[in-house]
Design a protein around this ligand. Structure first.
Ligand code: ZN
Length: 281
């Protein structure tokens, strides 16, 4: 199933895609959030879809973030060999984790703002995992599959000077307003199948900058979810950004960082496509 939140910012309604159209779910769910992302609730919806009992077609004018009330966003750094190489970093022996605040999240086609004082705002296409069940101390990558509600596209926008040149951890460069476009929709785990065979691409002003595949992750999705759960409890509605492949501005000759007016298109096979116009904070 494809699930989305459609409507103006702050007033989105949950929706499901059936037979080529979006259908309003607001009579059924208050929102697409921790309560609706559990296996049981998704199974109930799947049964209703299969029974043909959902018939409330709508024309979405905007896709908001596909998850409401995100508790936390856990990000994985340097999870693709080619990206580690382009940044001059060693291949990590264990996943590198950092956090991104949930208030950085915007819709897939919303404006991304270059922060004040920024000279190095950069792009990162990533596969995002959306958690559907509480998870602590998962015993294996296999066990992780049962806690994943689905997947969506995450654009982990990053300010490299703030991240790498201003001291401390990476947080300064990862948490500016609008720095995490998410969506346009969530695809449930059953429909995605194997998450390690998805092509991922990102263009800036029509030029292909990133052209990777989730099959090249150093630590695959199941391992990552199990690993994260050893250090913190995951809850329904939490998101894991699983890292970006090569091709970011930081690793390119001439370092072509984002400027107001640039247009970024982000795509992952089976998960749709984002498009953001860059503005100034
Ligand atoms: Zn990232």
């Amino acid at each position: 199933m494809k699930l989305a939140r459609v409507g103006p910012p702050g007033a989105e309604r949950p929706a499901v895609h059936i037979g080529g159209r979006w259908h309003d779910l607001s009579g059924r769910w208050e929102d697409l959030d921790a309560r609706s992302l559990t296996c049981e609730t998704l199974d109930d919806l799947r049964a209703a879809v299969e029974a043909g009992s959902i018939d409330a077609p709508i024309e979405p004018e905007r896709f908001g973030p596909p998850v409401a009330g995100i508790g936390k966003i856990v990000c994985v750094g340097l999870n693709y060999r080619d990206h580690a190489a382009e940044t001059g970093s060693p291949i990590p022996a264990e996943p590198i984790l950092f956090m991104k605040a949930a208030d950085t999240v915007v819709g897939a086609h919303d404006t991304v703002l270059v922060p004040r004082g920024s000279t190095k705002t950069d792009w990162e296409v990533e596969l995002a995992v959306v958690i559907g069940e509480r998870a602590a101390y998962l015993p294996s990558a296999h066990a992780a599959a049962a806690v994943i509600a689905g997947y969506t596209i995450s654009h982990d926008v990053s300010e490299r000077a703030f991240q790498l040149e201003r001291g401390g951890q990476w947080d300064k460069g990862k948490n500016a307003a609008t720095f995490n476009p998410l969506g346009p929709w969530l695809v449930t785990a059953d429909e995605v199948g194997d998450p390690q065979r998805l092509g991922m691409r990102l263009w800036v002003n029509g030029i292909l900058m990133q052209d990777g595949n989730t099959g090249n992750m150093i630590f695959p999705v199941g391992e990552l979810v199990a690993y994260v759960s050893q250090f913190m409890t995951l809850y329904p509605g939490d998101v894991i950004n699983t890292g970006t492949p090569a091709g970011v501005a930081l690793g390119r000759p001439g370092a072509p960082f984002l400027r107001p007016g640039d247009v970024v298109v982000v795509e992952i096979d089976g998960l749709g496509r984002q498009r953001q116009v860059v503005g100034a904070a």
